[in-house]
Design a binder for this molecule. Structure first.
Ligand code: CU
Length: 184
């Protein structure tokens, strides 16, 4: 090996070590971490539904193949709801009937909308962005009832939130790996 070759290998190795050292140092110094799924962070880790003031609520909605969580929300009439919508997997839609709500649920992003439910009634919502084999089953509803206690079907009796990743059943479709393979 010529002196020049040895020199080139030496310089390349020194540069690699310098870059690697700099990366290690910076990531340790600044606490850089690989980003996680957006449903692991606030507001989605906070709770599903909670009251901000007398008639105002905050709702954190997660869409995924093929369900909304929560899929049933009960509120009294006159409730103003601040909705934060995201997706855990692919792009879904979120449309509530008789209300001007039409959002996209996008993975890695949070979409916001404020709505007031003035009248009593049951208002269905559905995914309006084709998202796979059971897209047509992806729906839920708002139940607006006088004197109703604000709650969702993901809240336990003590008000604790169920984990986002709990498998759900949609119209008899058990969403495990086997059944997903079957319908794909
Ligand atoms: Cu869909």
């Amino acid at each position: 090996m010529s002196t020049l070759e040895k020199f080139a290998i030496g310089v390349a190795s020194a540069l690699l070590l310098t870059f690697f050292g700099a990366l290690t140092y910076i990531s340790a110094e600044t606490g850089v971490e690989v980003p996680t799924c957006i449903t692991d962070v606030e507001p989605f880790t906070k709770d599903t539904l909670f009251q901000v003031s007398e008639n105002e609520y905050e709702l954190h909605m997660v869409a995924r193949m093929w369900a909304f969580q929560p899929s049933e929300i009960t509120l009294p009439p006159g409730s103003k709801v601040n909705m934060y919508v995201t997706s855990q997997d692919i792009i879904h839609g979120f449309h509530v009937e008789h209300h001007n709500i039409n959002l996209m649920a996008v993975p890695g992003a949070i979409n916001y909308f404020q709505v007031e439910f003035k009248k009593e009634g049951t208002f269905d919502f559905a995914c309006h962005e084709y998202c796979g084999a059971a897209h047509h089953t992806m729906a839920g509803r708002f139940i607006i009832e006088e004197g109703a206690e604000p709650l969702t079907n993901t809240m336990e009796a003590n008000g604790e939130r169920l984990p986002i990743f709990t498998p759900v059943e949609v119209d008899g479709l058990a969403l495990n790996d086997e059944s997903i393979d079957e319908i794909q």
